[in-house]
Design a protein around this ligand. Structure first.
Ligand SMILES: [Zn+2]
Length: 271
């Protein structure tokens, strides 16, 4: 699959990485060699968001998001909010959302941080990148009361057809990860098969969830073509169709052609 369209390579996500810059640059080079020429790297707390923004600033074809992951919700949204202004390579708010599987922050703090970031995305006209796990109802409730932003993405989509329809009904994009290649992921492939091509993104979520045949090993943006191929298989369409469509969808949802910051990339929220 070339040229590639990795979203969410999470180049900055490995904690305690002394040589992050060098490793990230290597990951970008390897991705380019595999035809993956544009990347969005995702923030999950203040430090990771700053690293993502610095990486994007230093590399052509790399953009960043800034956000507070539900795991870190207790830190308070103000820790990432201060990073948002005047960032030409910032294309989204997130990962943010709810994770009731791990519950690493208390649920009320998760809900508060998520709602605040929905509002932040609305205020700045940025895309919203959602992480949700075992929390579909609360996720949709908060989206309904706070927005949703015009450009909303369910990252690492892990629902089945029912959740896919709910997400599509609120106008969101579904981003599929390496899970779509896993043997036991029939529900997710069903979700991919019903997702219209213009609402579909592919990502690696690296360093996690490496696609088959690299499952269990560290993931990397260069593997995103394997995700695209699995999505094409689920939909029964040519790989090139998924390439073209996911490229265009990523461009639209992250407003990648937008000339500079300080301008609203997406429209205002409904509420
Ligand atoms: Zn996530």
């Amino acid at each position: 699959m070339a040229p590639g369209r990795a979203m969410d390579p999470r180049l900055g996500h490995e904690p305690g990485l002394g040589d992050l810059g060098a490793r990230a640059r290597r990951a970008i080079e390897e991705a380019r060699a595999a035809g993956v020429t544009r990347l969005v790297t995702v923030g999950t707390d203040a430090a990771q968001s700053e690293a993502a923004l610095a990486l994007a600033e230093a590399n052509e074809g790399v953009w960043a998001t800034a956000g507070l992951h539900p795991h870190d919700a207790s830190a308070g949204v103000e820790t990432v909010e201060r990073l948002v202004a005047g960032q030409p390579k910032l294309v989204g708010i997130g990962e943010c959302g709810l994770d009731y599987h791990y519950d690493l922050s208390p649920r009320p703090a998760q809900r508060e941080a998520f709602a605040a970031q929905v509002a932040l995305a609305c205020r700045h006209g940025l895309a919203l990148v959602i992480h949700t796990r075992e929390a579909w109802d609360d996720t949709f409730d908060i989206l309904a009361s706070a927005g949703p932003p015009e450009h909303t993405i369910f990252h690492c989509f892990s629902g089945g057809p029912t959740e896919a329809r709910r997400a599509l009904d609120v106008g969101a994009w579904l981003s599929f990860s390496g899970i779509v290649t896993f043997k036991n992921a029939g529900e997710i492939r069903e979700a991919a098969s019903l997702c219209p091509l213009d609402r579909l993104l592919v990502e690696t979520d690296s360093p996690y969830l490496a696609p088959v045949p690299h499952r269990g090993k560290p993931n990397a943006p260069k593997f995103v073509p394997l995700v695209g191929a699995a999505v094409a298989g689920a939909k029964g369409v040519a790989v090139e169709e998924v390439e073209d469509a996911s490229w265009a969808a990523a461009e639209e949802v992250f407003s990648l052609g937008h000339p500079s910051s300080g301008h609203r990339r997406s429209g205002p929220c409904a509420r």
